[in-house]
Design a protein around this ligand. Structure first.
Ligand code: 3PG
Length: 306
């Protein structure tokens, strides 16, 4: 019997798990759950006999891949797959997939949840500021970026986007102003929302050169990955500019320092919460389960990333 492990340090909702179970029951597969595990040893033990693995931000490195002797497919239920060692997967004949778009709305909504929370001074009765009429720059126009654009327009913001991998007509057809260079985005927009993946090109790419260009009231919202910010430059600019603000769903390594020095200008969720909604759990979890069945039964490798 085919065995599937759902290994989620940050568990899916019960409703999502119930639906995932149904998909595997119908396929005649056995489902094992490893939730809220504290150490890698537990994952190494549980992956030993499974043919398929569903994860979230859980790290699947070469050690995990090598321990999973029967593994054929790992699906990252979500967008970013920087937590999976793709090379090790390929070397061991394991297909890696993600579930693009399935949790994007949840992440996009959190962008505005965090912005409004900080703009209204954490609802502490002090007068805050509004988003209407302000300029928002979307750095990378993928699934999340597109929804962020549509919400921002509903809020009456002026929306700009930079993405060298997306055709300008796609951006313009959404009523968003297309910019040709990343510098222009940071030159133009008081608010910048990051939606770039973490890879060799993007790690530490949000640096002094970009941040220092931002107009008065500069605010960066990062629901992407902590690694894309160059923390040394962020710390320097936070000290130099008392208008600069940084909000993130993935706290930087220098979180304590920032919170202590600039409590009114930073906000970090205690744990990555962007995709943590009932709807996103259901969409991403079920998509991952169906992709596994589709691959193992019919060889469908549509969302393969390695
Ligand atoms: C993603 O890449 O899909 C998001 O960062 C969500 O990550 P999570 O599944 O760990 O919440």
């Amino acid at each position: 019997m085919t065995k599937v492990l759902v290994a989620t340090e940050k568990p899916f909702s019960n409703a999502a798990i119930a639906e995932v179970k149904k998909v595997f029951q119908e396929a005649g597969y056995e489902l094992k759950l490893l939730e809220q595990y504290a150490d890698k040893g537990e994952l190494l033990k549980e992956v030993k006999d499974v043919q398929a693995l569903i994860i979230r931000s859980d790290k699947v490195d070469s050690e995990v891949i090598e321990a999973a002797q029967a593994l054929k497919i790992v699906v990252r239920a979500g967008a970013g797959y920087d937590n999976v060692d793709l090379e090790a997967a390929s070397e061991n004949g394991v297909v890696a997939m993600n579930t693009p778009g399935q949790n994007s709305n949840a992440v996009a909504e959190l962008v505005f949840g965090m912005l409004i929370y900080l703009n209204r001074n954490r609802f502490n009765a002090k007068a805050g500021t509004e988003l209407r009429g302000k300029k928002l720059g979307i750095h990378a126009y993928g699934y999340v970026g597109r929804i962020v654009a549509s919400i921002a327009k509903g809020l009456g913001m002026y929306v700009y986007a930079f993405d060298p991998y997306v055709d300008r007509t796609i951006i313009e057809n959404d009523g968003v102003i297309h910019l040709n260079s990343v510098e222009e985005l940071y030159d133009t927009c008081q608010y910048v929302s990051l939606h770039i993946p973490a890879n060799e090109q993007t790690k530490q790419s949000i640096n002094e050169n970009l941040i220092s260009r931002m107009p008065e009231g500069a605010t960066i919202v990062n629901t992407a990955r902590k690694e894309v910010i160059y923390e040394k430059d962020l710390l320097k600019l936070m000290a130099e500019r008392d208008d600069l603000r940084y909000l993130s769903d993935i706290a930087p390594d220098c979180r304590d320092q920032l919170q202590e020095k600039y409590p009114d200008r930073v906000f970090f969720t205690p744990k990555k919460m962007g995709a943590q909604t009932a709807e996103a759990n259901l969409n991403a979890g079920v998509a991952a389960a169906k992709q596994i069945v589709g691959f193992l039964e019919n060889g469908d490798a549509t969302f393969k990333v390695n």
